[in-house]
Write a protein of this length. Structure first.
Lengths: 444, 428
């Protein structure tokens, strides 16, 4: 089906904070763009669509929310170099099933996306294989070794949507300063994995009550907060567009809140596992490796602070930090397994749970998953459903239950939510006016 | 006179059949009507919510009476609009239709006029709704205030379920705007009965009471639906209980309507729970029920048009409704996937040679005609009704007729009016 065909999404609750809209509306997409929003007709009567549009595909959104396509601005697709964990094909299929229409792929591939030619090569693979939109971040330093700045201008010209060394912190403050300066002139955001290598060294879980009790090396919150403080200062100094990735602790939330109050244009994100789980959820034994990520699951107080930050907007966006690792790698156990868990297929229900709990309003939910990521990445035609917007739409069934169970679309299965029954699934995912995912029947 | 029927489902098909029996009905139209009832009522392709177009159609065709079937146009003010255009309407105006469109309005109306009903509390704020749950013992009923197509009522047996219901309605808005306000209600135990009554604003005159079956599966299991079958009259509404309903519900409704200057001209459907403390109102609907209508109208002997006009002219007091001394059983044939996501477009066989016998009906709820074939077009497809002297015979006749209709994925309950249901319904 080409994107020129018309698509009518009928009977849903359309939520678009940019239009102050939260009402039952039908949505017409044509030529890959949002064409029209109309008041729904009487139940049982099919809306007649103008003949000039040609054949119209209809999506039944009754009982569902209709929102701008979700944007996950923190995803690891592993291709090239780690195709045993994930590929652009499998990762974007996971995204589609999770209701995500656009992903920002981090550059820590093998080799990392640190030159224009590598970025262009990655984009070629995406054009061929991707099920959803893929944007690429260019690496901040060459090889992500933290020694020399990459050619940021070339990366920008080759189509990088952001700059990041995610996976690795940027220990050299001068390099970060220069990256932020470039950010100011180019408008590209710097996606900051804030971590102090030395403080975090050897740690596998949060340094706190549990690490003490289990006798495991811990990663202190200070590792994140210290770097966040440094980078906030550098952002103030340079005027660059700093974005803090995967904020995990209360102290960082406080810092960001104060920085915003003082007028600094900083943005931040939180990941669903951090605002859902805590160190108390870590199981004994081998499964613990599926709960291991960086930054780690922290205390209940930290989680509550994240929820508060999401509620008051201190944390602008929700992003999954989808980090697939093959079962072989995770089987090395909690001490030796690489950090990271997948998250594309659980992003939606875990975020929706915040609305069910009254932490987020429906509009804030759309802000965190659609509006804010679009603004941060400078995607003017995404994150909203005004006429002319990209035809990226997520139809969400808030009551649909899904069991987090194999087979996943992702190649990997490293998720702490394995076996859990979650509520709130994508009923349909539409990218550029084409349905890239449709949930069949009732519960999956 | 010429009559316009507004609607398109099984209920409207039954109304069309009953109206056609009246010698005073000349031309009968239905907007939008359906292929299924086209032999009785000529379909007019007009959206029931397009009031201006309906009004000009009525003027064009010299319609003497418009009869409104479904709730949505009534709640939107169809009666007000058509009456303003000089057309007589059988159906309550917008203010009266609130008795169905807003559960909180209905409950406070009942409170004001001492009509027996369950204890309740209204909440516009999620936090207060969650706190308000503490005031009710379990099980507690959580209802979305507005029209929610049957999906807005949850009977919750745990605190967690109740909190989830409040969250689903108020935060997740699964019933859209109907869940802005939530009504918490005490759970009532007893036997259910549905009673439809003609109301002229001063007097109410009831039709035979029915026992409906809301759950999808046999044994009252499975999700709630719009109704999978009805039998009438139900033994549960004894003459004594009926007398109590007349005194404690109907008379007080009439008094309340008068006191609040509500000009109700139409059918009032009462969903009742016959509790140990007597009959209590579960809910009001401002229109004929579906599929109750398909089980009750076949028993009506009085001219339906006469009855409706008596309502409009406030003469009901002098009218006695005459019904057959018989029983009627209606079985609904539903699509696979109903009520969540019904599969449609399946070919139906057995309709064209459905027996044309007296007292046997195949009312079309959700069908369409394509290339000479009948196809399923909705969750509930057909309502098969049979009238016989006894409930047992009516049940046998209805199921025998239903068995002649086939389509892929067909689902029906097999226990409508079965021994157990009738016995438990009659149990003292």
């Amino acid at each position: 089906m080409n994107s020129g065909e018309a698509l009518l999404i009928e009977g849903g609750l359309l939520i678009d904070p940019s239009q102050r809209l939260e009402s039952p509306r039908d949505l017409l997409i044509q030529g890959g763009k949002v064409m029209r929003i109309s008041i729904p007709l009487n139940r049982g009567k099919r809306r007649r669509v103008s003949r000039d549009l040609g054949p119209v595909r209809r999506v039944d959104a009754r009982g569902c929310w209709v929102v701008p396509g979700l944007i996950d601005m923190h995803v690891h697709l592993r291709e090239p170099g780690r195709e045993e964990d994930e590929t652009i094909l499998t990762g974007t299929r996971a995204a589609a099933a999770g209701g995500v229409c656009t992903v920002l792929a981090m550059p820590n591939t093998l080799p990392p996306t640190d030159t224009a030619s590598r970025l262009l090569a990655a984009r070629r693979i995406a054009r061929r294989d991707a099920a959803v939109h893929v944007l690429f971040a260019g690496a901040l330093t060459l090889g992500q070794r933290g020694e020399r700045l990459a050619d940021l201008k070339a990366l920008h010209e080759a189509g990088a949507a952001a700059i990041s060394d995610d996976g690795r912190p940027v220990m050299n403050s001068e390099l970060m300063r220069r990256a932020l300066l470039f950010s100011r002139t180019s408008g590209l955001p710097v996606l900051d994995h804030a971590e102090d290598d030395h403080l975090a060294a050897g740690g596998v879980i949060h340094q706190g009550r549990l690490s003490k009790r289990l006798g495991l090396p811990g990663i202190p919150s200070a590792s994140e907060t210290l770097m966040a403080l440094r980078d906030l200062s550098l952002a103030a100094l340079t005027g660059g567009r700093l974005h803090l990735c995967h904020v995990s602790c209360a102290q960082t939330v406080d810092l960001v809140r104060r920085a915003k109050r003082s007028g600094l244009a900083v943005t931040a994100e939180a990941a669903p596992h951090h605002f859902t789980l805590t160190e108390d959820d870590l199981p004994r034994g081998a499964r613990c490796a599926d709960f291991k990520m960086n930054p780690p699951l922290r205390s209940r107080e930290d989680r509550d602070a994240l929820l508060e930050g999401l509620q008051d907007g201190t944390l602008d966006a929700v992003a999954s930090d989808h980090a697939p690792h093959s079962p072989e790698k995770k089987a090395r156990g909690p001490l030796k397994a690489p950090f990271g868990i997948i998250g594309l297929e659980t992003l939606l229900p875990l975020s929706l749970a915040l609305v069910a709990k009254g932490v987020l309003t429906r509009r804030s939910f759309v802000e965190r998953l659609c509006g804010a990521p679009a603004r941060i990445l400078g995607l003017a035609s995404k994150g909203h459903l005004r006429r002319g917007a990209d035809g990226d739409v997520t139809v969400i069934d808030p009551l649909a239950r899904g069991r987090v169970a194999l087979p996943f679309r992702s190649k990997s299965r490293n998720t702490p939510f394995l076996g859990k029954s979650l509520r709130g699934m994508a009923r349909a995912t539409i990218v550029q006016g084409r349905v890239v995912f449709l949930r069949e029947g009732g519960d999956s | 006179m010429n009559v316009l029927l507004v609607g398109s489902g099984g209920r409207e098909h039954a109304l069309a059949w009953a109206l056609r029996k009246s010698p005073r009905v000349e031309k009968l139209y239905a907007a939008p009507g359906s292929a299924g009832m086209a032999s009785l009522a000529e379909p007019a392709a007009i959206d029931p919510l397009d009031f201006p177009k309906l009004a000009s159609f009525c003027r064009e065709k010299s319609i003497g009476l418009a009869v409104v079937g479904p709730e949505a146009p009534l709640a939107a003010g169809i009666a007000d609009a058509l009456e303003a255009a000089g057309i007589r309407v059988f159906g309550p105006d917008k203010a009266c239709a609130r008795l169905e469109a807003s559960k909180s309005f209905a409950k406070s109306f009942m409170e004001r006029h001492s009509i027996p009903t369950a204890r309740h509390a209204v909440h516009d704020d999620p936090a207060s709704a969650l706190k308000g749950l503490e005031d009710f013992p379990l099980p507690v009923v959580v209802k979305a205030d507005g029209l929610a197509a049957g999906k807005g009522v949850r009977v919750c047996s745990t605190r967690r379920e109740a909190e989830s219901a409040v969250s689903d309605f108020m935060f997740l808005r699964v019933c859209a705007d109907a869940g802005r306000r939530v009504v918490l209600e005490e759970f009532l135990e007893g036997r259910e009965a549905t009673l439809m009554a003609f109301c002229d604003g001063r007097t109410l005159r009831e039709l035979p009471a029915g026992q409906d079956h809301k759950r999808l599966e046999d044994g009252d299991r499975g999700p709630n639906t719009g109704g999978m079958g009805v039998f009438a009259p139900t033994p549960s509404l004894t003459p004594d209980l009926l007398e109590r309903v007349r005194r404690e519900v109907f008379e007080r409704v009439a008094a309340g309507l008068a006191a609040e200057r509500l000009r109700y001209r139409g059918i009032l459907y009462c969903g009742l729970m016959l509790t140990q403390e007597g009959p209590k109102v579960l809910e009001f609907n401002a229109r004929f029920g579906d599929p109750e209508t398909q089980a009750v109208l076949p028993l009506l002997e009085t001219d339906l048009l006469d009855l409706m006009e008596a309502c409009l002219e406030q003469r009901l007091e002098r009218v006695r409704i005459s019904v057959k001394k018989a029983s009627c059983v209606c079985v609904v044939l539903a699509s696979e996937g109903y009520p969540e996501r019904p599969a449609t477009g399946r070919e139906i066989s057995g309709l064209d040679d459905f027996p044309a016998e007296e007292g046997l009906f195949a009312f079309h709820s959700g069908t369409r005609r394509e290339g000479g074939r009948w196809l399923t077009a909705g969750g509930r497809v057909l309502s098969v009704s049979a009238v016989c002297e006894t409930l047992e015979a009516a049940r046998a006749r209805a199921y025998a007729a239903a068995a002649r209709v086939r389509f892929e994925g067909i689902h029906m309950r097999t226990d409508i009016a079965d021994d157990l249901k009738v016995r438990s319904s009659a149990a003292a």
